[in-house]
Design a protein around this ligand. Structure first.
Ligand code: ATP
Length: 245
């Protein structure tokens, strides 16, 4: 399998706090990789650093064979990375269609039209609400819109930050089914999830973060067998935060 994303020795700080320390991981082409661990473990910091929203203190991000460590977030989108941020961040006053168009600024008009058709096909719920202002969508619909918007740039790698956060159980099911169908379609995904058990069901592999460090890696079965890590990734979120370095 070709390596799509390679993160080497990445450290990211907020002032004197090292929220991410010396993180190393890879995502292969066509792989679905989870990032799991308690609150404050550095998962969002890792995704945001990979996407170029945060500058690392040390380390390297290689994407599709090129070093992108110092590229702007926009250039990373053009290179084929897309991030669906935590809390969805859709534009509530804009319609579903308009929100989707925002995701495709790097595409030509004809490509955009084809992509809109594809999203209408992939997300029947959104097709029904095409001209509705996004503020009227349910939490599950809004999450589907955020994911569809991420796909509109035709990313080689789609990164999702807590896609199931704050959703009712039935909608959590919808999101994980969607991740599973993206996996079946051969998409490459890097997904932050608090819901480790569900994530490990759809992921090929996952990395476990704790206090800013990668403390484990493996398939769902491999990680389930790690008694030392079990409390970390299915924990209640206590004690995972970064410490001053
Ligand atoms: P969560 O699930 O709560 O989002 P996480 O694993 O994604 O957790 P991060 O959000 O990356 O963790 O946070 C890692 C650490 O960095 C935490 O201790 C957090 O308090 C701290 N942190 C995050 N953002 C900032 C910021 N803007 N300024 C200072 N510290 C921050």
């Amino acid at each position: 399998m070709t390596t799509m994303l390679e993160v080497t020795g990445l450290t990211t700080r907020y002032g004197s706090i090292s929220a991410l320390r010396d993180a190393t991981l890879t995502v292969g082409s066509g792989e679905v990789v989870g990032l799991i661990g308690p609150n404050g473990a550095g998962k969002t910091t890792l995704l945001n650093t990979v996407a170029g929203l945060l500058a690392p203190a040390t380390g390297r991000v290689t994407f599709d064979g090129s070093d992108v460590t110092t590229l702007s977030p926009e250039k990373r989108v053009t290179a084929g990375m897309a991030l669906v941020p935590e809390h969805r961040r859709i534009f509530v006053d804009m319609t579903v269609e308009e929100n989707l168009k925002v995701g495709s600024v790097t595409r030509s008009a004809s490509e955009r039209a084809a992509d809109l058709d594809e999203m209408a096909e992939l997300f029947p719920v959104l097709r029904e609400k095409w001209s509705t202002a996004a503020g009227y969508l349910s939490g599950g619909e809004a999450q589907q819109l955020a994911i569809a918007r991420g796909l509109m740039s035709r990313p080689k790698l789609l990164m999702l930050d807590e896609p199931s956060l704050g959703l009712a159980p039935v909608l959590v099911d919808v999101v994980f089914e969607l991740l599973d169908s993206l996996r079946a379609a051969g998409r490459t995904l890097l997904v932050v999830e608090q819901n480790a058990t569900r994530m490990l069901e759809v992921a090929d592999r996952a990395y476990v973060l704790r206090s800013g460090e990668v403390v484990g890696e493996g398939t769902g079965d491999e990680l389930a067998a790690r008694d030392d890590l079990f409390a970390t990734f299915v924990g209640d979120g206590a004690g995972g935060g970064a410490e001053p370095s």
